[in-house]
Design a protein around this ligand. Structure first.
Ligand code: GDP
Ligand code: IMO
Ligand code: MG
Length: 428
């Protein structure tokens, strides 16, 4: 084994601050790969007074000399990708080389329409609260072996045949089942051809690119989107996304073999948030939840929706450590807790007189459990200027140590503000 591959995942329900941690690591690595999900993601990177939100592009795009890859496991909305590229180009900041896997599947307009129609069908009571980016329906087509890949966009005849089959079937669904108007084949086909022409220079054999980089002894970082508890296999099903954001998904979505993974990094927020529907045992619907939302700026980077907020859930975090094989944690937004008299952490759940220390991703179980909290003393000081662990107030140090003790994983990075410099590194 020559180069090393690290996988970075979200350890909660997404929006843990993965973008900023990738940005912190990108300088030290060579290749950054998005491996699953699509434009449902919103990864924020703040450099000085500039804010970049990446939906499809890997969060290493701002670095010169890096190779950024959109892997086979991603579902690509070409319109969104072109928009992101144009924005970066206009600012002269498309500094990395971009390769998009020919095997990544394409999100087409009918996927977004179906995403909305499926949600409407589920109704208020059962809606998932998706981002309506067409993610679920696109993965359905992939697994149903009907999908259109990025490589198909540059093969007009193949595209015509596959697209007409798809549009025919989707129009039957839309008109006969959902009572909606059919979608026009011609304009979708024309638009798809235009996407293909514009994106052709970026298409490539992504897994081979990663392999070559590893053979040259380079470092590879696989950037997960969403989070462990949104994983279709290990999350709070059915309130999940349609891919595997967990570490194992990194191998599938990039073509890197499991023996080449050297470390898995879990990004965890110092408290918890969730966007969309589904169980959230430590959610605080009172003043503390509002406090965290206001102070933490907890509004979706993709949809702008207010995020649901609550306390750190150690039961769920220990599950994320187990499912992902985490070797180190990156703890973000510690600064948001400054000013709180007490900080709560759930150490176990209780239900009908029984105590539970192991997380079970069953929605019906999680909807009914009551978290049992311990309370830790807070701190008043502004910590955003701290650059070493020892500079943190004693109570903040104790909070970090408490997390390490209960998660049984060291904290290697601490976010004390959203900016690139507002970071404490400890052997990371
Ligand atoms: P991602 O999807 O995991 O990349 O996270 P998002 O970008 O959706 O949400 C994280 C938000 O928290 C963004 O607005 C970041 O700028 C911000 N953020 C990240 N780390 C920190 C931190 O340590 N402190 C503060 N105050 N904000 C942070
Ligand atoms: P990043 O990468 C937070 C949530 C949606 C919804 C569920 C399914 O920024 O952390 P989908 O559109 O994927 O079918 O929606 O998943 N969701 C996210 N929540 N952060 C994300 O991405 C998310 N991507 C999807 O809100 O509950
Ligand atoms: Mg996000």
């Amino acid at each position: 084994m020559k180069g090393c591959t690290e996988i970075l995942i979200g350890a909660q329900w997404g929006d843990e601050g993965k973008g900023r941690v990738v940005d912190a690591l990108a300088g030290k690595t060579d290749v950054i790969v998005r491996y699953q999900g699509g434009a449902n993601a919103g990864h924020t990177v703040i450099v000085g007074s500039e804010k970049h939100v990446f939906h499809l592009l890997p969060s290493g795009m701002l670095y010169t000399g890096k190779l950024c890859i959109i892997g086979n496991g991603v579902v690509v909305d070409p319109e969104q990708l072109l928009l992101e590229l144009q924005e970066l180009q206009a600012q002269g900041k498309d500094r990395a080389r971009l390769v998009v896997s020919r095997d990544a599947h394409v999100v087409l307009p009918y996927h977004k329409v179906l995403d909305g129609a499926d949600e409407a069908f589920r109704g208020k009571e059962h809606a998932i609260g998706t981002t309506k980016r067409g993610i679920g329906p696109c993965y359905v087509d992939k697994y149903n072996r009907m999908g259109i890949t990025m490589g198909d966009l540059v093969k007009p005849d193949v595209l015509r045949e596959k697209l007409s089959q798809n549009v025919n079937l989707k129009n039957m669904l839309l008109t006969r089942i959902y009572g909606m108007t059919p979608l026009p084949f011609d304009s979708i086909y024309q638009e798809a051809l235009e996407w293909g022409a514009k994106l052709a220079p970026y298409l490539g054999d992504a897994s081979l690119e990663v392999h070559k980089a590893l053979e040259e002894g380079k470092g590879v970082l696989l950037e997960g989107a969403q989070g462990t508890l949104l994983d279709v296999d290990f999350g709070t099903y059915p309130y999940v996304t349609s891919s595997n954001p967990t570490a194992a998904g990194g191998c599938i979505g990039s073509g890197v073999g499991p023996t080449r993974i050297s470390r898995v990094i879990g990004v965890v927020k110092a408290y918890c948030t969730r966007v969309g529907e589904g169980p959230f045992p430590t959610e605080d619907l009172g003043e503390w939840g509002d406090y965290l939302r206001d102070k933490g700026g907890e509004f979706g980077a993709t949809t702008g929706r207010p995020r649901r907020c609550g306390w750190l859930d150690m039961v769920a975090l220990r599950y994320a450590v187990r499912i992902n094989g985490l070797g180190v944690l990156a703890l973000t937004k510690l600064d948001v807790l400054s000013g709180l008299e007490e900080i709560r952490v759930a150490l176990e759940y209780s239900l009908e007189g029984k105590q539970y220390r192991e997380f079970t991703p069953s929605a019906s179980f999680l909807e009914n459990v009551k978290p049992r909290y311990v309370s830790l003393p807070g701190w008043k000081e502004d910590i955003s200027k701290c650059r070493s662990f020892e500079e943190l107030p004693q109570e903040a140090q104790n909070y970090v140590k408490f997390i390490e003790e209960h998660a049984e994983v060291p904290v290697g990075l601490i976010g004390v503000g959203p900016g690139r410099e507002e970071t404490i590194l400890r052997n990371f």
